[in-house]
Design a protein around this ligand. Structure first.
Ligand code: HEM
Length: 372
């Protein structure tokens, strides 16, 4: 976290109390219950006003890309997209597209090879996102990842809008990525996800908006989370315990999601006078929902205590914008976890080397080499 956000992270950590107004930044919320009630209150808090995600992304992606929408249009678009993120669609897609590369990971670890997990997960995540956006060329995957990072790394907590130059650069990258999706959509082949979106009744501009949202939200979060999960399991000494008792795998995944919170902050804009706990808010205020702080305040990583169960997946958000890609994320996480436990049934893996990523939006490792 500190490597990714050397200024904002210490400020957010040092702040005291569940809610406070931070001059120049906005209203900071660090309490799980208040955070959830803010997310559920769409009358007073939205993703479309000043200082919200819409301010950051609409110039790049257009006005209708889920994460900058509210109300009936937003709900209608989510409903149309629901079949693409249903576990019954996502799980076979993940097994089919990632089965082979993850089997190779399992084999390499079984043989005692050292593996850079970040490089691996970057490949898996890019393959999955390529599927969603209609790319099918495996060589494009690393390039795709770099391109997405070049956009998201422009965002800082202190920045409510991108500069015209950044918008122009980001639009070039997105236009290139969505051109594949556009071709797949127009071809109408429902074996591709854009083709399927067409079959589900999405207009071309809705489908391209959804593709933009997938690229932006789904590429880096898993590349952040899976290596952090593995480091956490190894550093904390829990890996051999989980290997011995597989009923702890799901609580361990949830606990690691809680303490790492890969999407650490959510933003909202105030549209109607209201209050968050003891702090009054006015239209135009910016709200910074520090999910990572709220989640961590609940206690240390402990799969047996499983405190994560009390926050109803707050790491995926809550209410109308709850992470659409959660089933896809969970399918990939489970696949990699399972491969690791099959390769090392005693949980005897160690971190050989690691380096945090700098200048990124989503706190991550740049490299994590694991082996026996
Ligand atoms: C561990 C991985 C992930 C985490 C922790 C995560 C977290 C989140 C959170 C917190 C939100 C809500 C943001 C808000 O309310 O302001 C969100 C929304 C979203 N996520 Fe994820 N996400 C993950 C993976 C993915 C993946 C793989 C996809 C695949 C496409 C994805 C697609 C989306 C989309 C489309 C939205 C916007 C939903 C809307 O605004 O209606 N996410 N995610």
């Amino acid at each position: 976290m500190r490597a990714a956000h050397p200024i904002a992270y210490p400020v957010l950590r040092a702040a005291r109390g569940p809610v406070l107004r931070v001059p120049g930044l906005g209203i900071l919320v660090r309490d799980a219950a208040l955070l959830r009630s803010t997310l559920l209150n769409t009358t007073s808090f939205t993703k479309t006003g000043p200082g919200s995600p819409a301010d950051l992304w609409t110039d790049v992606l257009g006005p209708s890309v889920l994460l900058n929408m509210e109300g009936a249009d937003h709900q209608a678009l989510r409903r149309k997209l629901a079949p693409i993120f249903a576990p019954s669609f996502v799980e076979p897609m993940v097994t089919e597209s990632l089965g082979e590369p993850v089997a190779q990971l399992r084999e390499r670890l079984s043989k005692g090879e050292q593996v850079d997990l970040v490089e691996e997960v970057r490949r898996y995540s890019s393959i999955a996102i390529s599927r969603l956006v209609g790319l099918d060329c495996a060589e494009l995957t690393t390039v795709l990842f770099r391109k997405v990072s070049s956009i998201t790394s422009m965002v800082r907590l202190t920045r409510t809008k991108l500069t015209p130059m950044q918008v122009a650069r980001a639009r070039v990258v997105m236009a290139e990525l969505t051109s594949h999706a556009q071709r797949a959509y127009r071809a109408g082949d429902d074996r591709t996800v854009p083709g399927r979106m067409r079959a589900l009744g999405l207009t071309e501009s809705e489908a391209m908006g959804a593709v933009g949202a997938f690229v932006l939200t789904g590429t880096e979060t898993l590349v952040s989370y899976i290596p952090r999960l593995v480091c956490l399991l190894i550093d904390s000494g829990w890996l051999p315990l989980i290997a011995a008792d597989r009923s702890l795998v799901e609580p361990a995944i949830a606990e690691a999601l809680r303490v790492t919170t890969p999407s650490p902050v959510m933003l909202r804009s105030v549209v109607a006078a209201d209050a968050i706990g003891p702090v009054a808010v006015r239209p135009g205020d910016r709200v910074i929902l520090a999910t990572f702080a709220a989640n961590r305040a609940l206690g240390p990583f402990d799969p047996e205590a499983n405190t994560a169960a009390t926050v109803r997946q707050l790491w995926f958000g809550a209410g109308s914008h709850f992470c659409l890609g959660a089933p896809l994320a969970m399918a990939q996480i489970r696949l990699v976890c399972n491969a690791m436990l099959v390769a090392a049934p005693q949980g005897d893996l160690r971190v050989i080397s690691r380096r945090p990523a700098r200048g990124v939006l989503i706190p991550s490792y740049a490299t994590v080499v694991i082996g026996r």
